[in-house]
Design a binder for this molecule. Sequence first.
Ligand code: ATP
Length: 253
Amino acid sequence: MNLLELKSVTKAFGGIMACRDVSFATKQGQIMGLIGPNGAGKTTMFNLITGVYAPTSGSILFEGQELVGRGPDGIVAQGVARTFQNIRLFRNLSVLDNVCIAVDKHVDYSFAAALLRLPSILKREQEIRDLALEYLTEVGLADKANVRADSLPYGLQRKLEIARALALKPKLLLLDEPAAGMNPEESLDLAKLIRRIHQRYNLTILLIEHHMDVVMELCDTIFVLNFGLKLAEGTAQDIQSNPDVLRAYLGEG
Ligand code: ATP
């Protein structure tokens, strides 16, 4: 079954066509790579799926339901979470609090619910912290729980973003260049982490990544964008031997 389906999605910023008539589908449980040269439209695709931008035309279905017009909050509630190419953490909060905020999204804040849970409010706070710590443990950051988020090295901040996204309990996780700035050893370590959370949380993942070893290691299918247009789609093997991809993306041929 398709979890996510894009149908003829186009996004224009004035005269710039960031995405042109893009269609693809991601099946439940897949890890799909989204690759292409700088400016190809990859992050724009994520911004369209998560409701940051509305498409100029086209349709984005999640579990068969239209996402266009829902707005970022509604789309998170529907089960879509993401990380960002330019890391966006609550910089002056602790590592743990950054994740607590996402866990807390699931708390019912209605007045009636607040009255009902008044006696257990402290207990709930502890539960949120315990849950947040579990996600931090998952990404290997439990021992950094109490330091300020912006004191973490860049690579660990990216892992923290992943923990925060996981805490939203998504069905679909969008990862925007999670290995950016990492050396080959760190990026393969990250690939292992992504593989682990994919299995553990039964996720479907859409991955934008320039580290080709990470893409080839993880992705069942790969979608290649170039100048906002679909250039190719296929398995890692198909893509690696596709002459159009080699020319446009790898600068070969
Ligand atoms: P990179 O690999 O460098 O991150 P990308 O494939 O993610 O690139 P996008 O960031 O999606 O590419 O940009 C696609 C095109 O759309 C670029 O020409 C970019 O300048 C343009 N663009 C993206 N967002 C906006 C915006 N908010 N306003 C105007 N133009 C935009």
